[in-house]
Design a protein around this ligand. Structure first.
Ligand code: GDP
Ligand code: MN
Length: 379
């Protein structure tokens, strides 16, 4: 999971890395107020989960509250490299003397972290790596021992820093490694780390990617992930451990496997229907999760009058048929839904499962084509 710049900066600051003073805003009036509060010229930075915002016009300077308000209005709502800009980070504008690069990531060929520093900051580091690899200093620490300060000092010396700048930058790199390890990082990066004209050393940009499989160790990051789902039903899906994407259409669609559900959405469209949602239960479903998945579709149907039918397809193999049928029967007994529910069941013990579901009022079809036609109401 990639964090937003402002989220990463909050963590960096907690670990002792200096970041510019700033506020997150979501409308032009707030941008204006932020400049009044900060009382100095600012940069407005689009909060999107892609790099290269500077080049794409996503970083704009503003000298006054009025200018900030105007430029915020230009940025907010605009799409940048496939992401809509919903928030801006309004930060004090720094006077830059030098831009450096610091990063920690995993070197997959060695299976260890790699700590990197370069005198060429503020530019695409991949490009530095291909064109002038000698300008990047590298270190592969032993993860059992971590990084020692003398090691980061050696690295920063290699990129040409001296004296106070050397010590300060080395200590920031050491702290960046600690962030990386503490958060089960995939990438922790400062590009650029800026030396200001008055001699301060500040992380002007911040990137942190947390390993998705380690999110359970970081409840505060998991909470940030949940915040990103705009629809309450999508958040509910996350809580229930299923993949739910809210759409606008008449047929609520579910299946066990993302690829299967994608194919079901296509099938719905092919016979002239519109899918109302995407629900992937994943494999190895328990009775409880099957129950809560169908229950989520019923919530969708209750809250959205456009939904006219529920359509699902399950392939039983890793997912046990009995768990799913029992789960579905429980929900139907509890909620007594009026909306037609149409299913396609295949795989191990499929006939028996279909028979049980038919008794509970679910119309089962042997093929996706027949099922989807029934759901869309073409036949
Ligand atoms: P990215 O393009 O998405 O990586 O966004 P960055 O946060 O790295 O910003 C891009 C560039 O904008 C930086 O490399 C700087 O050159 C410039 N920039 C960002 N903040 C400031 C600032 O406070 N002062 C000045 N002068 N330039 C800034
Ligand atoms: Mn950057």
């Amino acid at each position: 999971m990639r964090l937003y710049e402002h989220e990463a900066k909050k963590i960096f600051r907690k670990f002792g890395i200096s970041v510019p003073q700033g506020r997150v805003v979501s409308n032009p009036a707030e941008a204006r107020e932020a400049v009044v509060e900060l009382g100095k010229p600012v940069v407005l930075k689009a909060q999107v989960l892609v790099g290269g915002r500077g080049k794409a016009g996503g970083v704009k300077a503003a000298g006054s509250p009025e200018e900030a308000e105007r430029k915020a209005a230009e940025l907010l709502g605009v799409e940048m490299r496939g992401f809509k800009i919903n928030k801006l980070l309004v930060e004090e504008k720094l006077d830059i003397a030098r831009e450096l690069y610091l990063g920690v990531t995993i070197d997959h060929t060695r299976g260890t972290p790699v700590v990197m520093a370069s005198s060429e900051g503020g530019v695409d580091i991949e490009e530095v790596a291909t064109k002038t690899p000698e300008k990047i200093a590298l270190l592969h620490p032993d993860i059992r021992k971590g990084v020692r300060e003398y090691e980061t000092r050696r690295l920063i010396k290699q990129i040409g820093l001296k004296g106070r700048e050397l010590l300060r930058t080395s200590s920031i790199l050491w702290m960046l490694y600690r962030v990386f390890r503490a958060y089960n990082g995939e990438i922790a990066e400062i590009n650029p780390l800026v030396i200001t004209t008055d001699g301060n050393i500040v992380a002007v940009d911040a990137r942190l990617n947390v390993d998705d499989h380690a999110l359970f160790r970081h409840p505060e990051v998991e909470a940030l992930r949940l915040e990103r789902f705009e629809s309450p039903l999508e958040r509910e899906g996350q809580k229930r451990g299923v993949n739910f994407v809210d759409l606008k259409g008449s047929v609520a669609v579910m299946g066990n496997g993302a690829g299967l559900v994608m194919a079901l959405l296509d099938a719905v469209k092919m016979v002239g229907g519109e899918p109302a949602c995407f629900l992937d239960t994943g494999g190895g479903l328990s009775m409880e999760r099957a129950e809560s998945a169908l229950d989520l579709l019923l919530m969708k149907a209750d809250s959205d009058p456009d939904v006219k039918a529920i359509f699902f397809a399950f392939w039983f193999m890793i997912t046990p048929a009995q768990e799913v049928t029992e789960g579905f029967i429980n929900v139907i007994a509890k909620k007594k839904p009026q909306i037609p529910i149409i299913g396609v069941i295949q795989g191990v013990a499929a006939d028996r499962a279909a028979e049980i579901l038919e008794k509970a009022g679910i119309r089962c079809y042997p093929t996706i084509e027949e099922g989807v036609r029934a759901a869309v109401g073409v036949m």
